[in-house]
Design a protein around this ligand. Sequence first.
Ligand code: SAH
Length: 229
Amino acid sequence: MKSLLIIQVIIMAGCIIPQADKYEIRRIRMVETQIRNRGVTNPEVLNAMKEVPRHLFIPDEYLDEAYNDYPLPIGYGQTISQPFIVAYMTEAVRPTGKKRVLEIGTGSGYQAAVLAEIVDRVYTIEIVPELAKESAERLKSLGYDNIICKYGDGYQGWEEYAPFDIIVVTAAPEKIPKPLIDQLAEGGRLVIPVGAAGAVQELVLVTKRNGKTETRRLSFVRFVPFRRL
Ligand code: SAH
């Protein structure tokens, strides 16, 4: 009986270990081919993308596609962004240890986790109550205790913890919400897709210097629409 149990444990271990390796290998390949090859160079961003287990942020039915070069559905009509876009936006806001970050559109929690690998604290808001709950639980179970989640409409930002050194918005409004600009710290960086739903959207970088904002267009993108409660 005892030896049977041991054999069983060995068989189980045999199943689990290659599985873990499989995703890690895919993740490293994703970083090299989809991200570094396309010009993302910040070592902390590349490292964060290697660390966060993206396959644990998506529904089981897409497990095999977790490290592919496209967005995936996460339910409720929402998506987890393409890995390159996550890395590109993260690099654009120049994350470093001491920074305080606000994310609008928690979704699966993946972008928040990537940021939380680098910065001190991430505050994130999600408007779909089910997603807000699921992602908060997921991030907690993965040990991300520097991410603070909230259900609500991110249009108003999060006054209580403002100002933020970095703001990342992962749903596209037609115009940049003014409260987000107000809550950006001096020297801060805000990255946001802007444009009508279904139309061409532009990823925009807003920086604040001496109280004035400067806007730079980065690239054309397609994000889910920014909703209001
Ligand atoms: N960052 C997410 C991407 C999710 S897609 C990830 O890594 O998985 C964008 C998300 O923004 C969706 O979950 C959508 O419900 C949410 N969203 C849209 N409008 C919002 C708003 N006004 N406030 C907060 N979240 C919003």
